[in-house]
Each structure stands twice: as C-alpha cells, then as structure tokens.
Write a protein that binds this ligand. Structure first.
Ligand code: SF4
Length: 293
C-alpha cells in the first residue's frame, strides 16, 4: 500500500522504531552531556538516579519529559482516527448474516466466544428449520443444542436463545423490543448484544459495541485505559460523536479482524498508524507509549 510517510526501517523482532530501551549506566557514561540529556528524556521521561549524570552540573542534567501537549482524547485526534477508519472501512456493517431483528439477535448471542464466519455457517440452516420466534419459543433448549453445537458454549446459548424467544413472545407480542432497557430484560442479552441490535437493525445509537476488538484497539489508541467493557463503553461514548457510535463500532471490529489483530498487527498497512502509539506495534513512525496496550 502506498504510504506518504514511510519510516526508515520496519520494526524487526518486535522492537519498535522510537521505542528506545532504557540506557545502561555504561552507555550513558559514554554519551556527551548533550546526547545524554536527549536520550534519557525520550526513553524514560524521568531522570536516572543511578547514572553518572548525578555528578554533572545541574544545568547538564537531563530534563524531565516536558509536557508535550499530547492529549490522546483531543477532539482533533479522535476526528482523525474516525476519518482514517472511515477511509479504511467505508460502509461496513455487521458481519453477521440476518434478515430480521430476531435473526440478528440470535446470531449475536451465538457469536459470543465464536467467530462471525462460524455463526454464518450455522444460522441459515437454523432459521430454515425454525423460521419464527414462536418456533424457538416452543422448543426445549436441549432440542436446539445440536443445531448450534459448533458455535461453542451451546448449552448456555440454547438456554439464552429459547429464553429470549419465550420472553419476546410473552411480553413483547413476538417483536424484538427496541429499547435498551427492554432488550436487557431478555435472557442472554447484555449491552453488547443490545447495542448490535439497536444500532444495526433499528438504527438507534444507544451505545458503542464493545467486544474483544473494540477493547483491544481502543486501548492501543489510548482512547481508554479501562479493561471493563462497560467502562470502556462509557469512555468511548464521551469522545465519539453519538451519530457515529454504531459505525465506529463496526469499523473498529473490522479493523481488528483485518489489520489490528491481537498478535502481529499489520501496522505498515494501517492508515491511522501515525496516530497510534501502541507499545505492541510492529511498525512505527512515531514514538510508542509503553502504557498504550
Ligand atoms: S498502527 Fe498497528 S496497532 Fe495501531 S491501530 Fe494500526 S494496526 Fe493497530
């Protein structure tokens, strides 16, 4: 992929360009006063208490890392990240095959701890066998288990799908409810699933879908420091414009599948590489931040 700002070298063996190792006492002593001042400041951001610089005149000591003004949550940076994602993944939507809110709800429940590809292999036959929500409501969960076995956690998922169908038939007239509060009353439905259904089918931006990809990439991009999905969602809802919540979710999920994988992300092909300071980048034209992971 053509790149306007190519680094001099790709990262090799996991070490990032710009991710400097802390200087050893020996190497530090070899450096000129001017050089030491610069290197220590970049690598650690703090003064070394053990280096020979302690004996130098005060004016020669490395400065503490000055506040650069870098704000990972600045509106301009967030806008650029969104623009880069838009450019990489124009028009993406949910990868789960579905023809109705009910089918999307079932597919999303089945996708937990599974892959969309796997779920999409299962659901066409499933909905041919049980075309309506009433068909599912009439089942005993055990009857459903063989049909969804390959998606994993099939016992719990069967209970959730049948339980959700029964609740929808009993309390919502057979229609998938369209509010967060109502969706959360369905067995097996938490905010992630509710956000998928509300955002993708009903076009309602009620929240940000936080799955494993959104968790990983939001942390790499320093959009959150949280690990709990609910807190990550709260952080993202504060900085992503509401009308972009669903699109942002889909784009980040696609980014996690295509380029920004958990292991060996393809940073050289990433259009937001210059905005990313993740410590586990495989290629970098910018300084990496050890805490960005
Ligand atoms: S530069 Fe690499 S780690 Fe950062 S968002 Fe892009 S693919 Fe992910």
């Amino acid at each position: 992929m053509a790149r306007g700002n190519m680094p001099r070298q790709p990262s090799r063996s996991g070490r990032q360009e710009g991710a400097r190792r802390p200087l050893s006492k020996q190497s530090l002593s070899k450096q000129s006063t001017k050089g030491a001042k610069s290197k220590v400041s970049e690598s650690n951001g703090v003064q070394s208490k053990t280096s020979s610089t302690a004996k130098r005149p005060k004016s020669a000591l490395p400065k503490k890392k000055s506040p650069s003004g870098y704000d990972p949550l600045s509106p301009e940076r967030v806008r650029q990240i969104i623009a880069g994602l838009d450019e990489m993944y124009p028009g993406v939507t949910c990868a789960l095959t579905h023809r109705s809110a009910w089918e999307l709800l079932v597919a999303t429940i089945l996708s937990a701890q599974s892959t969309d590809v796997r779920v999409n292999m299962v659901t066409p036959e499933l909905f041919k066998k049980y075309p309506t929500v009433q068909d599912f409501a009439a089942l005993e969960p055990e009857r459903l288990q063989p049909d969804i076995y390959s998606t994993g956690f099939f016992r719990n998922k069967a209970k959730s799908v049948v339980g959700a169908a029964r609740k929808i038939v009993a309390d919502f007239g057979g229609d998938v409810p369209q509010t967060m509060d109502e969706l959360l009353t369905l067995p097996g439905v938490a905010r992630k699933t509710a956000n998928v259904v509300l955002g993708t089918w009903f076009k309602k931006n009620e929240g940000v879908v936080v799955d494993t990809h959104v968790t990983r990439i939001s942390r790499r991009l320093e959009l959150t420091k949280q690990e709990d999905p609910k807190k990550i969602e709260e952080d993202l809802m504060k900085i992503i414009p509401r009308d972009r919540w669903t699109d942002f979710s889909h784009e980040v999920i696609w980014h996690g599948r295509k380029l920004c994988m958990a292991r060996s992300p393809k940073c050289a092909d990433c259009k937001i590489e210059n905005l990313c300071h993740a410590a586990d980048k495989t290629w970098s034209t910018v300084e990496v931040h050890p805490e960005a992971r």
